[in-house]
Design a protein around this ligand. Sequence first.
Ligand code: OOG
Ligand code: NI
Length: 456
Amino acid sequence: MTQTPFLSTDDVRDRFSKAMSAMYQTEVPQYGTLLELVESVNQETLRQQPELYRRLEAQGELARLSVERHGAIRVGTADELSMLRRLFAVMGMYPVGYYDLSEAGVPVHSTAFRPIDDDALARNPFRVFTSLLRLELIESETLRQRSEEILVKRDIFTPGARELIERHETQGGLTSKEVDQFVKEALETFRWHQDATVDLDTYHALHDEHRLIADVVCFRGPHINHLTPRTLDIDEVQRRMPGMGMNPKAVIEGPPHRKCPILLRQTSFKALEESIRFAGNAEGTHTARFGEIEQRGMALTPKGRALYDQLLSEGRKQTAGLGNEAHQAVMEEVFTALPDNDEAMRLEGLAYFHYHLTVAGQAAKGNASDDLEVLIEQGLVEAQPITYEDFLPVSAAGIFQSNLGGGQNEAYAGNANRDAFEEALGAQVTDELSLYAEREQASKASVLASVEGDTV
Ligand code: OOG
Ligand code: NI
């Protein structure tokens, strides 16, 4: 077999996410403190829970526990979004899911660029939550036009990045050396700029309409606004943040703590106020960048998700204004309606599972039942929950809002427009639920084929 001269897209993503992390730690030192806190809580959790340690070790998870799981950016035009799609493709990241944030009073809609295959996710699951500003939702005609004029003038990509993206597309990949250059050029798009492209008055006018509009429109690029490592105990990190000089958002978003975690729990330290030089040499500030942590659990089926959404909205009615501890206690109570064990979640069709042969199952090949449930009962097949790899619109809205100082506008609501988003993107977004369903189905088919003795 001839060796391809190109680096795998998984390696490109791995190099890029590490370079981005290093850059963000220099740019936002408090993010470095958050990483240290997460690391020590993770180590303590592993010491206290040897069972968890063994499971993560068996899954090859220990070494990359502290690798970032996601980041986020916000862009202003269709051209920027579609070029980003091509940039992320170089790293094996594709648009998955459509998130309408107008519902939560934020004038954006979003997708997540992420790896899709099991192997790619295992190698490095880094993804970027990417939002497109919806100028069409801004009421003031003058502000809308002003924003458009400012945005068409900027190019958020370096000529070198554009050239390497094209080379990747025509050659079918990039060499290791080209990848080093690509990572360097691509990072420029995500870098922070202390100089705004507009004067202070323009900034204030846009900021008064919505803080997010100022964030997207007034700078040379879509600075990465947070990165997010994985924690094994989000409640503990939330508790310890103030002691390390961080100001945590009021509550942890998403489902409450459970023995068998579901979906995604998130919290962050709040965005920092940073000094900015505006056109005409005026000094001012802007608040955009923060640090987030996440803890993931099993992916839910449409039936499980409907139940989650229902419980979440019941819980939210009872928790308005509560601090985190009280909020979590109410949520735990409300969520008792969802079974807290893998087996019940599986049998009731509430979550997605990956099926595989056990050691005994390997030995029984060609001589076993063709009924999956019988095989499980006999200990020949094991079902493991599939991890949720996507985002939650209500949680994302909570993250946005905690950093926008409560700025929201109800007039934006009810404006989901997936078609317009896909047109701007220049591609369709993949439906996240179908990906989990396919992975579950493929694992069932492969288990059944191998117990029948077929070689797969
Ligand atoms: C993105 C907020 C959403 C998440 O983890 O849900 C997000 C943003 O503030 O741009 O990152
Ligand atoms: Ni995030």
